[in-house]
Design a protein around this ligand. Structure first.
Ligand SMILES: Cc1cc2nc3c(=O)[nH]c(=O)nc-3n(C[C@H](O)[C@H](O)[C@H](O)COP(=O)(O)OP(=O)(O)OC[C@H]3O[C@@H](n4cnc5c(N)ncnc54)[C@H](O)[C@@H]3O)c2cc1C
Length: 303
């Protein structure tokens, strides 16, 4: 039995009537709420309504952003909604060669040259940019900044387990001691194999050149790029590929003790519809459950 089955069973036992496969396209409040359904054209009346429509990220859950329209109809204000917890896109051509690489990295997000957020974990390269949990974690800031036409970039530390000094010392040692290794071979076991030729090429180093013959300045440039590989972000992966949205119904318009609207008596708002978003780690589901429980309990208690 899945969680939904358990909830459905409990609701049925409590005498709840469940109406599936209809979408609400209008809610009006006169003396009571009037809830208009698109498909069956029915109008339901209610004393209390809980809006738990989610956001407009990834429509697999059925959420298409219509919750924002319903909240607006009832007088609520919506902070700009942007996709979050998703991959970031770049127009650099070399990503086609990097697609499929997974490697540990620290991802630092810069907006207009200022460090805003960072995370360390498994970075994934795709043919259009970067993905993986550490990218998801910083993506909400990128999304908001891109909406405001700000300059967004990430700095990737591709050898996060070593300090800058230790890494530089190790690569200098390899260059000096491995007389019969190519530049490419010197970076084996440090970086994923597919990544090495791309980075060497960006530094103007022939991958087949003996490491000892690589000019000092180019070798140092390669060391630097491994610890700080700058990627300009041009776009996010959009609402359809996002796990959540940042933005939504303004939290100042909702009583956090009950989740009741401060503008419309008897209206409750929960979950992702609200202007609250969390990083990966179960926080968004937790917030949806917690506010749903609070709204349900409060709505049932009200006189
Ligand atoms: C691929 C993916 C992976 C995720 N992984 C995680 C994770 O690991 N951990 C985590 O914490 N969060 C995760 N999330 C985010 C999490 O699922 C959401 O934050 C959470 O489900 C939001 O709950 P909600 O009840 O507010 O909205 P939703 O779960 O979106 O539910 C809203 C419901 O309202 C219905 N609805 C919407 N509009 C209308 C309308 N007009 N009329 C009738 N019905 C309507 C929808 O059909 C839907 O059933 C993930 C999301 C995605 C897409």
């Amino acid at each position: 039995m899945c969680v939904r089955d358990a909830l459905e069973l409990e609701a049925k036992q409590a005498g709840v009537k469940i109406i599936n496969s209809v979408s609400v396209d209008q809610i009006k409040k006169k003396q009571h709420f009037q809830i208009h359904c698109k498909e069956n054209k029915n109008i339901y009346t209610a004393d209390r309504v809980i809006l738990a429509c989610g956001s407009k990220a990834s429509q697999i859950s059925g959420s298409d952003g219509s919750g924002y329209t319903l909240a607006k109809m009832l007088g609520h204000n919506i902070s700009s909604v942007v996709p979050a917890l998703m991959a970031l896109r770049s127009d650099e051509k070399y990503f086609k060669k990097l697609a499929g690489i997974r490697t540990g990295a620290t991802v630092q997000l810069y907006i207009d040259g200022r460090l805003i957020d960072q995370d360390t974990g498994e970075l994934q390269f795709t043919d259009y940019g970067i993905s993986g949990i550490p990218v998801f974690q910083v993506s909400r800031y990128a999304s908001k900044a891109l909406l405001q036409k700000k300059k967004v970039s990430v700095l990737l530390d591709l050898v996060p387990s070593m300090s800058n000094d230790d890494f530089a010392a190790e690569m200098t040692r390899r260059k000096e001691q491995y007389a019969h290794r190519t530049a490419e071979e010197c970076f084996n076991s440090i970086l994923p194999a597919k990544l090495i030729p791309v980075l060497l090429n960006l530094c103007g180093i022939d991958k087949k050149l003996w490491a000892v013959k690589v000019p000092e300045d180019k070798w140092n440039q390669m060391i630097k790029i491994c610890k700080g590989f700058r990627v300009n972000v041009t776009e996010t992966n959009g609402f359809e590929k996002a796990q959540i949205c940042a933005g939504g119904v303004r939290t100042t318009e909702v009583d956090s003790h009950t989740m009741e609207s401060k503008l419309v008596k008897g209206l409750y708002l929960t979950g992702e519809l609200l202007d609250i978003d969390g990083i990966c780690g179960g926080y968004n589901l937790h917030f949806a459950w917690a506010t749903g429980t609070l709204a349900g309990t409060s709505a049932a208690e009200e006189e």
